[in-house]
Design a protein around this ligand. Structure first.
Ligand SMILES: [Zn+2]
Length: 276
């Protein structure tokens, strides 16, 4: 049984060969790469919203070199220690599936039997995710209209993706865990020093969200060395700065052949309250 439900009638979907089908007879083709479209009926999927092809390739190339491995390791540790033997897990806004596949594998390595799904609004980036060798299933879907049933999740992960609080509240069962990854104050500080005359640290917030209680904030810090222009540009393309850096800044970066920079993340660990 899939974690996904029919976006039209909300009934559970069952996978049969290269389609998902609900009992009402609605069916959704699975692309040869292994993902499907589960957007609500009023949302077209021709406009290709979300990250584009070049961005997807840059992220994939950068992450595959292990630069953010410390974050993946921390997420795997939290996922394993906060779930039972057969957890239902969603990576919302999963991108090219680096964390989805890694966490799924970690849960399996721990002897668990996860049902794991990843969703993203960009088909280009999700196509890369679905090509990964993983037991996770992938669907093109909006984080604001997720094709999953109420209280169906034991664990939900949001790694640098939009915070769709209403949907996350709906999907997590009471006691379920929400891992929300955000950049810390000095994340990529040395990169920003090259891009901007006056770089600003990221704002760090501790926001109590309705329906959730704080369990912990886990810091993940490190230093990475990028030995080539390609790696530097791939990292740059993954950041929001790519779209808003003045020309002189991007030129300074383009001339760099190596870059040593801090990476710093905070994993906010929330528990879904039981009294609702
Ligand atoms: Zn249906």
């Amino acid at each position: 049984m899939s974690l996904f439900i029919c976006p039209i009638c909300k009934a559970p979907l069952e996978r049969a060969g290269s389609v998902y089908r609900c009992p009402e007879g609605h069916s959704y083709d699975i692309a040869k790469e292994g993902y499907t479209y589960l957007l609500p009926p009023n949302q077209k999927h021709s406009s290709a919203p979300g990250d584009d092809k070049g961005m997807a390739a840059a992220r994939r190339a950068f992450l595959s070199k292990g630069y953010y491995q410390p974050l993946l390791d921390a997420l795997c540790h939290l996922a394993v220690s906060h779930t039972g033997t057969a957890p239902a897990v969603l990576d919302a806004g999963c991108g090219e599936g680096y964390y989805t596949a890694g966490i799924c594998q970690a849960l399996e390595n721990a002897g668990k039997h996860p049902r794991m799904a990843g969703t993203d609004i960009s088909k280009f980036i999700l196509r890369a995710a679905a090509k990964r060798k993983t037991d996770a299933e992938f669907a093109v879907a909006s984080s604001y209209h997720l094709p999953l049933a109420d209280q169906s999740l034991d664990l939900l992960i949001d790694c640098f993706s939009p915070l769709a609080l209403g949907e996350f509240q709906r999907l997590l069962r009471p006691g379920g865990i929400f891992l929300y990854v955000v950049p810390a104050a000095d994340h990529l500080w040395e990169l920003k020093q090259i891009l901007y005359d006056t770089p600003y640290p990221n704002e760090e917030k501790e926001t109590p969200y309705d329906g959730f209680s704080y369990e912990a904030i886990i810091p993940v810090n490190g230093t990475i060395t990028l030995p080539s222009r390609t790696d530097i540009q791939n990292l740059f393309q993954m950041t929001p700065y790519f779209w808003k850096t003045p020309k002189e800044g991007s030129q300074r970066l383009a001339e760099l052949e190596t870059l040593v920079t801090k990476i710093a993340f905070r994993i906010h660990v929330f528990r879904r309250c039981g009294n609702f």
